[in-house]
Write a new protein. Sequence first.
Length: 153
Amino acid sequence: MFRTPILFVIGAGASQEAELPTGSGIKKDIALRLRINALYYSRKFDGDYVIYEALRHKVMYNPDTRGGIETYLAAAKQINQAMPISRSIDNFIDNHRGNDRIELCAKLAITQSILAAERNSKLYFDDREKKNFEFTRVEGTWYNKFCKSSIYK
């Protein structure tokens, strides 16, 4: 079908059929992940523990970090509170360009959100399992139709 290489840039909504979140779904997940509330004395933890640990290690192993982990947790809280009214996480990061703490917290949350969503999607494939991808998982979606029209024309 295509004689020259073509790159398609497709928005988040196009992956909804594969059970991946839309932009608003990603915003909600990011907000939950950055609702970090670590209360060790009560053994209660809210938010994404992996993100918390990454921030803790950043502060612990970077002698230039001023203000300690509290400054990163404040940035995480700022993102958490802003997501319901933000156009997108990308827009929020762009509006806070130069704020390293906002950028790091947001990028960690985006990464965690996408990894979790991919693991639970119809497109997930772990090549360590030594199994072929089951194309029946995407049967009836636009992916299947697109690949058929691209391959066989």
